[in-house]
Design a protein around this ligand. Structure first.
Ligand SMILES: Cc1cc2nc3c(=O)[nH]c(=O)nc-3n(C[C@H](O)[C@H](O)[C@H](O)COP(=O)(O)OP(=O)(O)OC[C@H]3O[C@@H](n4cnc5c(N)ncnc54)[C@H](O)[C@@H]3O)c2cc1C
Ligand code: SF4
Ligand code: SF4
Length: 411
């Protein structure tokens, strides 16, 4: 009988798995496929499975680029904002195409930037996420080569996506792609690009969005059940868009639809299904991207964001000279209309990002004190961010994480 070959488990993958630190970016498959394959798991996330032995080069690359293990800020030598990092310029704006503005997640700014990159010939296509054809509330990676395809993919999808996993197949053709991913996806790709320059030729523009965390697909299933339907009945699913913020809408096999407000779907259900790595994320704001988009929520007099339906407005944060080129080009070609935004106001309209950055030091301390692994963050001003908040907030988050660990809910 043929003996199965012993495959020693990658120490990096083992640490990530033991600490539940995987964000599901897919970089390990890009580095070490087919020995590593990204798969859907029973708990509704995307995680690596090791199928073969890794070379020491592959092991080394994963150890340096996996965002579950390490993340180095790209902030550079300039003065860093303790909460928002390296900000070259900050704007609000919206797509000038009314249909796109309506369809998109916030103001369609991100898709408008992609219209410019594709339309001006700076790229041949866009690597982005859209609805899966087999499971409508899950995600698939698509390569858009027309503005129609970019518009179809507009809208945030609060479910796992691993956009790095298949990138190897796009290299070597001489084609250039814009890459859209979560901040951790972009961080992993940026880190890899520094070690494998050929990646930059294929993926010269890295675009991201503010990210509060990725929920399991179990979250969407709970939303669908709360809407009074069964997940198996769903043929199409939008998490939001078609308005700002827009409702979560499930279309069923009989042609009827069920819907729920953003406040109830994200605030009441999806946010409770977010993976552990996201609760200790040092970078929900796309530190490694060229340009980053978010919701430019309106705030009430107490500073709480208002989620009443209105015309969409994107927040646009430029981080690099390439990002500036994208924004200037998109404005010049009339894809997007913008106005400057004061960074001092950002905290008010992004309370979730602000609170998590301020809580990070306390949460990491709790994990380390109880012997749990954490990602190694370098250059993220974690102490400075904590100091912008109150001692009470840090204490609450420290005790909250200790409690989660003792109750077996983390990591
Ligand atoms: C998981 C998640 C968490 C978010 N958290 C915040 C937050 O805390 N604060 C905030 O202001 N904004 C957050 N956003 C971003 C926000 O919802 C909008 O995407 C952003 O404002 C850009 O809007 P837009 O109209 O310019 O983009 P659009 O023109 O609608 O384009 C959206 C782009 O995002 C891509 N995309 C959608 N879902 C995913 C996904 N799961 N993985 C990778 N790419 C995806 C699409 O392919 C498309 O290219 C989050 C988005 C996601 C997916
Ligand atoms: S975080 Fe990304 S690179 Fe690290 S194990 Fe998970 S999928 Fe792989
Ligand atoms: S919160 Fe951070 S770790 Fe989680 S998906 Fe978003 S960028 Fe990645």
């Amino acid at each position: 009988m043929k003996k199965e070959k012993f495959k020693p488990l990658s120490p990096s993958i083992k640490t990530v798995s033991q600490g539940n630190l995987c964000s599901g970016c897919g970089a390990c498959e890009l580095i070490a496929g087919p020995s590593i394959e990204i798969r859907n798991t029973a708990d509704g996330f995307i995680r690596p499975t090791q199928l073969g032995e890794l070379s020491s080069d592959q092991e080394g690359l994963i150890a340096r680029c996996c965002p579950g293990l390490v993340q180095v800020s790209c902030g550079g030598a300039g003065a860093q904002h303790p909460l928002w990092g390296n900000v070259a310029s900050l704007w609000t704006g919206h797509s000038t195409d009314d249909d796109l503005r309506f369809q998109a997640s916030s103001g369609g700014g991100l898709s408008a930037a992609l219209f410019f990159l594709l339309g001006s010939g700076k790229v041949d296509g866009v690597v982005q996420v859209r609805a899966s054809e087999t499971l409508p509330y899950a995600n698939a990676i698509s390569i858009s080569t027309s503005i129609e395809e970019i518009a179809e993919a507009a809208g945030s999808r609060y479910a796992p996506s691993a956009p790095l996993a298949g990138l190897r197949s796009l290299m070597g053709s001489g084609k250039r792609y814009a890459f859209v991913g979560k901040p951790c996806d972009v961080a992993a790709l940026r880190a890899l690009t520094g070690l494998e320059p050929a990646l930059e030729n294929s993926f010269p523009y890295l675009i991201s969005f503010f990210c509060a965390g990725v929920p399991s697909t179990k979250g969407a299933e709970e939303v669908i059940r709360k809407m009074g339907a069964a997940p198996e009945q769903v043929t199409e699913f939008r998490y939001r868009g078609n308005g700002w913020p827009g409702r979560a809408v499930a279309t069923l096999a009989d042609g009827t639809t069920r819907s729920m407000t953003y406040h109830d779907s994200w605030g009441g259900i999806l946010s409770k299904h977010v993976q552990h790595r996201c609760k200790i994320c040092a970078d929900g704001t796309g530190d490694a991207a060229d340009i980053v988009f978010a919701d430019a929520w309106e705030a009430d007099e107490r500073g709480y964001p208002l989620f009443e339906e209105r015309d969409g407005r994107s927040l646009i944060l430029v981080r690099t000279p390439k990002g500036q080129t994208i924004l200037e080009g998109a404005v010049r070609e009339s894809h997007i209309a913008v106005e400057p935004f004061d960074i001092a106001e950002l905290e008010k309209i992004q309370p979730g990002q602000t609170g998590r950055r301020r809580a990070l030091l306390a949460r990491l301390l709790a994990l380390r004190l109880l012997g749990k692994p954490t990602p190694q963050y370098q250059g993220f001003s974690i102490l400075a961010a904590a100091r912008t908040g109150s001692f009470a907030w840090s204490a609450r988050n420290f005790l909250g994480m200790v409690r989660r660990i003792l109750l077996g809910r983390a990591p």
